[in-house]
Ligand binder design. Sequence first.
Ligand SMILES: C[S@@+](CC[C@H](N)C(=O)[O-])C[C@H]1O[C@@H](n2cnc3c(N)ncnc32)[C@H](O)[C@@H]1O
Length: 285
Amino acid sequence: MPPSTALRRLADDLSARTFQSIAQLVYQHSRICLTADKRLLLANRLRARLVELGIESFDAYSALLASHEGSTEIDVLVDLVSINHTQFFREIGHFEYLTNHILPTLVPKLLATGAPLRLWSAAASSGEEPYTMAMVVAEYLREHPGLAWQIEASDISWRMLAAAEQAIYPAASVTAVPPVLLRRYFQRGLATRTGSYRIQQALRAQLHFERINLFQSHYPVAAEQQVIFCRNVMIYFDERSRLEAVQRLARHLAPGGYLVIGYSESLLGLTHGLTPVQQGIYQRT
Ligand SMILES: C[S@@+](CC[C@H](N)C(=O)[O-])C[C@H]1O[C@@H](n2cnc3c(N)ncnc32)[C@H](O)[C@@H]1O
């Protein structure tokens, strides 16, 4: 059977009605919007999971999700449908702004008060974003030592968080890391790990990992974050959910703190009380 016919068959297996009820559950749980054109994508992503569970139809899978035993399966489902693409130094302008504007503004004030520097990567995926933040902060603090700092790294996906905590990356993933930082903050894999890189323990120790759904009732992170990166996740939410997430994240900022969103995202039309300072960067004034 040609691949296109096989794919069509998968889409046909997943009826529009079952797609709707699965998409509704995904939305209720994560606010990720699966529009009708994602039916084939969902069918493809679920196929292996159905085989793994020994379930023969999408309708039976939908019934499992709706049942009492299905409550943990929803986490797996969200994991399967979420887009986790990320990179070291992705949207580099944000890291340049961190180095050239945010840290020079915040660090002297924090050193004077003795308060720690707190940053949060709220859709951390497999860790490239929070480790890039960590490298940038560590580099800056080489010249301005003495400040305690920590990065919260959170995501809705347990699978992504586990990868982030493990912090092992293939050589192809680290090409955007400047060689000096690669030498300073990564260790090369040996034996079976040849060709891969692991973030060094000292840098890993600056991160704290937590599974956080941006729509859960309480965020278990310190209330006054100086910098929150929440990039390339709000594009998957509808306007109402974007508003809710942005308002809640804004309340987690310290006065003078910064919220950073993705280059292709916008807070246009949302009431958030933050002041735009640069593309994708907003400050609580
Ligand atoms: C495309 S990645 C973005 C990674 C990184 N911020 C970046 O810009 O490179 C989006 C991440 O958002 C996570 N995500 C989706 N819905 C979420 C939610 N409701 N709460 C927290 N994280 C969520 C996904 O699991 C995924 O890892």
